[in-house]
Ligand binder design. Structure first.
Ligand code: HAM
Length: 439
C-alpha cells in the first residue's frame, strides 16, 4: 500500500527553487492512483447494477450554475469557489460540486423527454478553496449519484443503499447514516423564520461569524463549529416540527425503507446541509470505527433537491435526489481495500534489452506482450545487463525477458524465472503462447 498522507503534510522531496503543486492539491501516483481508480470502478459497477448511467460534465461551468444553484451565504460559493474570467469575457468556475452541473446537463440535453427518472453517476475532481487538513483538499475526488424526475421516497432510499453497499465493497467496517428532513418550500420557510426568531433571542452570545450567517443563511448556524453556538444549538427548534403533512409522510417513508433494508441511521436535527437547493431528506454517511482519527468523518452526503431545476431556469420544478462520496477520504482510510482496477494487473515481467540490434526490435516485443494482455516493466534508458537485472529485482517481478544481440539474430528471447533462476529460450513467434501458459 502507498503511504496514506494528508494534504497538509509537507512534500518531502521538493527542493528550494523547484515548483510545486498548488496548496491543497497533489499528484496521485503508483498504489494510491490504482486505489482511486479501483474505487471508482467498484463504485461504478455497483451503480450500474442499481440502474445508473454514466455522465461526464466539464470541469468548468458558467459561474451562474453555482450562483443560482447553491445560493449565497454558503461557504462553497462565497469563499471556496475558484472562478475566472476568460479572455472572451465569460465568467467560469471550477466545479465545487456535481449536482448543479448534472441538473444543468439534464435540462440542456433534453433529458426531461426521456423515460423518468433519469439516474446518473459521475466521478472526478472537484475544487474548493478551503483550508487544507486531513481528508480535506482543494482538489478532491467524488463519486456521485443523482436520480432526477421522481419525488418518490424510494429514490432517496435507493441512493443511500447504493452508497452503503459501495462503502461495504470498499472495506468500510461500519457506517451510520445521519438523516433529517427540512421539508418542502413551505416547511423550510416557516422553519427558517422560527430559527431566526430563536437566534435573535441569543444574538448577544452568538459569535460574530454566526451573527453574519443569521443575516445570510440562518440554516448554516446549525452546523457551526463555534463552541458557544454548539451550546445554543442544543435548544434550537428542529426542522421536523415544521414539516407539512406531505413532507412528514415522505420522510417517514424514507425511514421505513431504511429500516427494511437494515441500514443504521440516526435522526440528526442539526443536519440541514446549508446549500439552497436542498429540500426534504438530507443525509450524511458517517464512518463508525475505533480509529479516533477517522471515526465520525463524513464519507458522503446528499439529499433531495426538488427546487434546483427551477433555480437553474426550468419553468417547472423537477423533483430529484442524489449524493456524493468523498473518494480521497475513502482511499486514505486504513480499512480501504486495494480494489485493483480492471485495466491493471501488476507486471509479472521485466523486459531487458541488450545492444542496438535488440533495442531496435524491442518495440515489436512490447506489442506482442500487449496483445497477450501482459503488462511489463522495462528500462529503455539502461544498457547494461547488471543494472537492468538490479531494476527487475527491485520491482519484484517473477520473470525477466532477456533480449540480447544473439537473441535478436536468432529471433528468440530468454525467459528467466527469478525465483529458481532457471531459463528457457523461446522463439519470438511462440512467445505469445508461452506467456499465456505462464500466466
Ligand atoms: P458534500 O457534502 O459537499 O456534497 O460533499 C460530499 C462528500 O465529498 C463529503 O461528504 C466529503 O466526503 C467529500 N468532500 C467534500 N469536500 C471535500 C474536500 N474539500 N476534500 C475532500 N473531500 C471532500 C456535495 O458535494 C453534493 N453535491 C452532494 C449531492 C449530490 N447532493 C445531492 N446530490
Amino acid at each position: 500500500m502507498a503511504t496514506k498522507k494528508a494534504a497538509s503534510e509537507p512534500k518531502k522531496s521538493a527542493q528550494q527553487g523547484e515548483l510545486q503543486t498548488p496548496k491543497g492539491m497533489r499528484d496521485i501516483t503508483g498504489a494510491e492512483f490504482y486505489r482511486l481508480q479501483g474505487f471508482f470502478e467498484k463504485a461504478q459497477e455497483v451503480a450500474v447494477y442499481y440502474g445508473f448511467d454514466p455522465i461526464k460534465m466539464p470541469h468548468l461551468e458558467d459561474t451562474r450554475v453555482f450562483e443560482k444553484g447553491l445560493g449565497t451565504g454558503t461557504d462553497a460559493l462565497d469563499k471556496e469557489m475558484y472562478s475566472l474570467k476568460t479572455k472572451g469575457g465569460d465568467h467560469l468556475a471550477l466545479r465545487p460540486e456535481g449536482t448543479a452541473p448534472v441538473m444543468r446537463a439534464y435540462l440542456e440535453n433534453g433529458m426531461r423527454n426521456m423515460p423518468q427518472p433519469v439516474s446518473l453517476y459521475y466521478s472526478g475532481s472537484f475544487f474548493r478553496h478551503d483550508k487544507p487538513q486531513r481528508g480535506r483538499y482543494r482538489e478532491f475526488h467524488q463519486f456521485g449519484l443523482e436520480v432526477i424526475g421522481t419525488e418518490k421516497s424510494i429514490a432517496d432510499a435507493l441512493i443511500i443503499q447504493t452508497f452503503v453497499k459501495i462503502l461495504e465493497e470498499a472495506g468500510c467496517p461500519s457506517v451510520v447514516v445521519d438523516i433529517n428532513s427540512i421539508g418542502d418550500k413551505d416547511s423550510r420557510s416557516s422553519y427558517i423564520k422560527a430559527l431566526t426568531v430563536y437566534y435573535r433571542k441569543h444574538i448577544n452570545q452568538l459569535p460574530v461569524i454566526d451573527r453574519e450567517r443569521l443575516k445570510t443563511n440562518p440554516l448554516r448556524i446549525l452546523d457551526s463549529k463555534e463552541a458557544k453556538t454548539i451550546e445554543i444549538n442544543e435548544e434550537a427548534p428542529d426542522s421536523i416540527s415544521f414539516l407539512t403533512p406531505s413532507a412528514k409522510k415522505h420522510f417517514k417513508e424514507v425511514l421505513e425503507y431504511l429500516d427494511e433494508a437494515g441500514i443504521i441511521y440516526r435522526i440528526n436535527k442539526n443536519l440541514v446541509r446549508g446549500l439552497d437547493y436542498y429540500s426534504h431528506t438530507v443525509f450524511e454517511i458517517i464512518e463508525v470505527s475505533d480509529n479516533p482519527e477517522t471515526n465520525g468523518l463524513a464519507l458522503g452526503g446528499g439529499g433531495r433537491y426538488d427546487g434546483l431545476a427551477k433555480m437553474l431556469g426550468s419553468k417547472k420544478d423537477i423533483p430529484a435526489v442524489g449524493a456524493a462520496l468523498g473518494a480521497d477520504r475513502i482511499i486514505e482510510a486504513p480499512w480501504c481495500k486495494d480494489l485493483s482496477p480492471r485495466i491493471m494487473e501488476a507486471p509479472k515481467f521485466y523486459l531487458i534489452q541488450l545492444g542496438f540490434e535488440a533495442k531496435i526490435k524491442t518495440l515489436a516485443i512490447l506489442e506482442i506482450l500487449r496483445k497477450a494482455k501482459c503488462p511489463v516493466y522495462q528500462s529503455l534508458s539502461k544498457d547494461k545487463l547488471g543494472s537492468q537485472l538490479a531494476a527487475a529485482e527491485k520491482m519484484n517481478v517473477p520473470y525477466v525477458i532477456i533480449f540480447g544481440q544473439r537473441e535478436a539474430m536468432d529471433k528468440t528471447v530468454i525467459i528467466r524465472n527469478m525465483q529458481d533462476r532457471s531459463q528457457d529460450s523461446v522463439k519470438i513467434v511462440d512467445l505469445l503462447t508461452y506467456i499465456k501458459k505462464l500466466k
